[in-house]
Design a protein around this ligand. Structure first.
Ligand SMILES: [Zn+2]
Length: 216
């Protein structure tokens, strides 16, 4: 139903100024994962790189050089020219269920999937996955809800997929450990690349005067 997202990492692209980054992109430290609570990261040196704290200093410096040169937005647009077409909650539900049915058929049921304009990407996370357990009759009923921050309504499919994959993986793996990321990579081999690029976009959006790159 949905075409393959964006441009695969490592694909030859004459305008790919970022190629130098990619050999050194390493997975987020498992303890941090997507949860972005920054209270303990007060270093002024890193304040402009708050979405990239899980990556090496070297990589952060490369990104800073791009932002200083005003080129981060252009680079992202060249790498991902098109926005996805998942515009409302209904389409988002279908998109997520399509992925779930392909990769984790025997996983827990997902009751709700929605864009959430109140979900603060900084304060909480990129997406949110809630599990509500309650006893109904003699059975313990568990409800799963997946919420996606509405900033990702207008992004390349690669970013939406990264978040969907991340939240779906939590249906089976609670913590950001090896098994969790293995499942993410099963659903999307470019998972780590997409997460990095998505974080680059959030970094771009935080720059003074920055505009959304894929507005409808
Ligand atoms: Zn997570």
């Amino acid at each position: 139903m949905f075409g393959s997202p964006g441009m695969p990492a490592g694909m030859d692209h004459p305008l790919d100024m970022t190629r130098a980054f990619y050999p050194s992109v390493t997975p987020m430290r498992s303890s941090r994962g997507l949860a972005l609570t920054h209270t303990s990261h007060g270093s002024p040196k890193s304040s402009d790189m708050k979405y990239l704290l899980g990556y090496s200093d070297e990589l952060q410096n490369k990104v800073r050089a791009l932002t200083d040169a005003g080129k981060l937005g252009d680079m992202l647009q060249q790498r991902y020219p098109d926005a996805h077409g998942v515009r409302n909650d209904r389409a988002l539900y279908a998109y997520v269920m399509d992925l779930k049915n392909t990769y984790i058929r025997n996983g827990a049921q997902v009751n709700k999937v929605a864009f959430d304009s109140k979900l603060q990407v900084i304060a909480h996370a990129l997406g949110q996955h809630t599990t509500i357990s309650r006893v109904q009759g003699s059975k313990l009923k568990t409800k799963h809800e997946i919420r996606v921050a509405s900033v990702f309504r207008e992004t390349p499919e690669a970013f939406l997929k990264m978040i969907a994959v991340h939240e779906l993986a939590h249906l089976k793996e609670k913590h950001h450990d090896k098994a969790f990321y293995k499942l993410c990579e099963l659903m999307e081999p470019n998972y780590h690349q997409y997460e990095f690029d998505l974080r680059l976009y959030l970094t771009h959006l935080d720059l003074p005067g920055a505009k959304a790159l894929w507005t409808a």
